[in-house]
Design a protein around this ligand. Structure first.
Ligand code: AMP
Ligand code: ZN
Length: 133
């Protein structure tokens, strides 16, 4: 059983902040920023590629609710929402989870996109692939 399934089953402890029949949210054991929270489906599901769309809708509702809760409770007005799906993306726990990362000035967290410019042909090629099917 994976570590998050063990948390769901109550076999290992967690600082739970939200729970309903299908979804659990708890503080990340390693607080990248104060309030760093994970939102998971209770049912084991490896990552975004295995997640059913109808389950995603409820997860996103909880993500939205908790984001607003974090804003008020921690008096922040910036937050990153992050999911790592797959080893190359940095996923270390193979049970789908969404990170909520409250942001504040000088919190030291670095999330940075590099700015790669693709040619128009390349962009059109990608668009075609994504729109197909
Ligand atoms: P990821 O790298 O996206 O797979 O994130 C996995 C996250 O799970 C990391 O931020 C870990 O700190 C966190 N984590 C691992 N084990 C536990 C645990 N027992 N309780 C709470 N968070 C955990
Ligand atoms: Zn699991």
């Amino acid at each position: 059983m994976c570590v998050f399934c063990k948390i769901v089953q109550g076999e290992i402890p967690a600082y739970k902040v939200y729970e309903d029949d299908d979804i659990l949210a708890f503080l990340d054991i390693s607080q990248a920023t104060p309030g760093h929270t994970l939102v998971i489906p209770k049912e084991h599901c490896e990552n975004i590629f295995a997640l059913e769309e109808n389950k995603a809708a409820n997860l996103m509702k909880v993500v939205t609710r908790l984001s607003k809760k974090l804003k008020v409770a921690l008096n922040i007005d910036a937050l990153n929402i992050l999911n790592n799906s797959g080893q190359l993306a940095g996923q270390t726990v193979n049970h789908f989870h969404i990170h909520l990362l409250p942001r504040s000035e000088n919190d030291g967290l670095i999330i940075k996109f590099s700015s790669n410019k693709l040619s128009e042909t390349e962009l059109k090629g990608l668009q075609k692939k994504l729109k197909e099917g």
